[in-house]
Design a protein around this ligand. Structure first.
Ligand code: FAD
Length: 489
């Protein structure tokens, strides 16, 4: 299609729709953008934990971290505490930021491993500043060198983005799409016909309509790549409670016999939820397990959300790009959905079809997005397949399942040689090491260069890292004190 793109229509006003509207309107001030949403349908209303890549998005909108936390009733997140994942009763911390020191020939983990063999290393997490600070409920700003993300109230986030987008000239139309019009020759989408009689025409459409994918799926019938044979979770039940005590600067992920629960602290409330596989746990059992284990007064009623893990084979098809749940979904174990939304928008800006749609650019876009989905999928599977748990049919399935070749290669390399290789543009780096080791995958060997230093030198190195982290963290205020000082609305 060589038509110039002047009129962009975004369908959906959830996190995906308003993130797209806010950033596209900032990037392309001469393009007309209309966003259609339906209050009657509403949004999914979950999606409250982020990863550090969100700073890039906020920077582009000119948003400071304390302002952002204030606008979203947010708290700071230094990582995720995984409980009962490797084995019941055990926990480890996936902290943002790197563990130990950056080294080039052998990774820090290989020095750490030799220390384990000599009996002088502490647990791997003891050398990750974010994890150590999190467990002491400490937090302060970028200047202190801690890598962080946020826990946010999704509805306040959408409200905030809406304001940014409308200030940039985005036109919001309230109404429910009754019919999608397509061009009979090209098959491109030409307009959205609303139930109230309005017709919203456009040159280019962004499908942010949620799981059903009204444009990418129901109109363009784009193939869905189903990953449920690797990730059989297909249900979630969220419920909010009043916050008890001070909010910790981390998310908790607590595994059970057929899934896991999240705890996401905001300034004013705790987000709780259970994610599970309906093959291994009934909805009633999941709801009971969730309600029996939450703390504090219930602020919302639990509600069931069904999903299938996977993504559209083409995230960009004809004159439509799917962003957010319409494009795909991977369970929220590592809080990656908002990151994928952000990637979808940034890649769209990179390949924006102002002068017409070019198939070569469409392919680039799709390849990039599919690579991102794949990396995240592999990372999530790691949490399940690398486990010592075999106490339930679900965990026995996870322990014995076939895993994707890409993941198998990465895990085999690490196990047999201690080498960890990161691909270009991958979102997670040190995180892989923390989760592999946290889940009990310890390499059979370390790099020979590690043996070039004496045991005494190794001990000094480990102590130095610990002491430097301690000195940095001792100076930090508590997370609550930081929130009180800079981030209360
Ligand atoms: P939705 O919020 O569903 O929005 C869809 C929009 O389309 C709505 O505005 C709706 O009105 C509109 N619409 C639909 N049909 C029509 C129609 N016919 N006419 C007009 N308008 C229409 N992500 C994270 O990053 N971190 C997390 O911790 C996290 N936790 C999650 C937990 C769960 C259980 C789930 C299911 C998801 C989680 N996510 C998380 C993902 C996150 O919630 C979503 O990626 C994010 O909210 C984006 O949703 P969306 O905007 O694509 O869809």
């Amino acid at each position: 299609m060589n038509t110039k793109v002047n009129q962009v229509v975004i369908l959906g006003g959830g996190t995906a729709g308003w993130m797209a509207a806010a950033l596209l309107s900032k990037a392309f001030s001469k393009t007309n953008i209309t966003l259609v949403e339906s209050d009657q349908i509403g949004t999914i209303g979950v999606g409250e934990a982020t990863i550090p890549s969100i700073h890039f998005f906020n920077d582009m909108l000119g948003m400071r971290s304390t302002e952002f936390a204030k606008a979203t009733s947010g708290t700071f997140k230094l990582g995720i505490q995984f409980e009962n994942w490797k084995a019941q009763g055990e926990q480890y911390f996936h902290g943002f930021g790197s563990t130990g020191l950056g080294m080039w020939a052998a990774g820090f983990h290989e020095y750490w491993q030799r220390g384990v063999e000599l009996g002088i290393s502490k647990p791997f997490g003891a050398y990750n500043a974010e994890g150590v600070a999190a467990k002491q409920n400490k937090f302060a700003h970028e200047q202190n060198g801690l890598n962080f993300a946020y826990h946010i109230d999704a509805s306040l986030y959408a409200k905030f983005l809406k304001q940014v987008a409308e200030n940039n000239g985005v036109k919001r139309v309230e109404g429910r799409v009754a019919q999608v019009n397509t061009d009979p020759q090209s098959g491109n989408i030409s307009a959205l016909a609303l139930q109230n009689g309005q017709v919203i025409a456009g040159d280019f459409f962004i499908d942010c309509s949620g799981f059903k994918g009204l444009l990418i799926n129901e109109t363009l019938n784009t193939t869905f790549v189903d990953w449920s044979h690797w990730l059989p979770m297909d249900r979630a039940i969220p419920v909010q409670t009043r916050l008890q005590g001070d909010p910790p600067p981390y998310t908790r992920s607590i595994a059970n016999h057929a899934g896991w629960q999240w705890r996401i602290p905001l300034q004013h409330r705790m987000g709780n939820g259970i994610v599970y596989s309906s093959q291994y746990m009934s909805d009633d059992e999941a709801s009971k397990l969730l309600l029996d284990t939450i703390e504090g007064e219930k602020l919302t009623e639990p509600r069931l959300i069904k999903f299938v893990t996977g993504h559209r084979e083409k995230l960009w098809n004809k004159n439509c790009v799917a962003i957010g749940l319409a494009g795909g979904f991977i369970e929220p174990l590592e809080s990656t959905a908002i990151h994928i939304i952000q990637q979808g928008i940034m890649q769209l800006i990179k390949y924006f079809p102002t002068y017409g749609i070019n198939d070569l650019e469409v392919n680039q876009y799709n390849n990039y997005m599919v690579k991102d989905y794949n990396e995240i999928k592999d990372f999530i599977i790691l949490h399940y397949c690398q486990t010592e748990r075999d106490d339930s049919p679900f965990w026995r399935f996870c322990k014995n399942m076939d895993i994707p070749e890409s993941l198998k290669t990465r895990l085999d390399l690490f196990k047999k040689t201690g080498r960890f290789v990161q691909g270009k543009d991958e979102v997670f780096s040190d995180s892989w090491l923390q989760v592999m080791i946290g889940q009990g995958l310890i390499p059979e060997k370390h790099h020979p260069i590690v043996d070039e230093i004496s045991e005494h030198e190794l001990q000094n190195l480990l102590d130095r890292i610990e002491n430097e982290n301690k000195q940095k963290i001792d100076k930090l205020p508590s997370h609550k004190a930081f929130l009180d000082k800079y981030c209360r609305a």
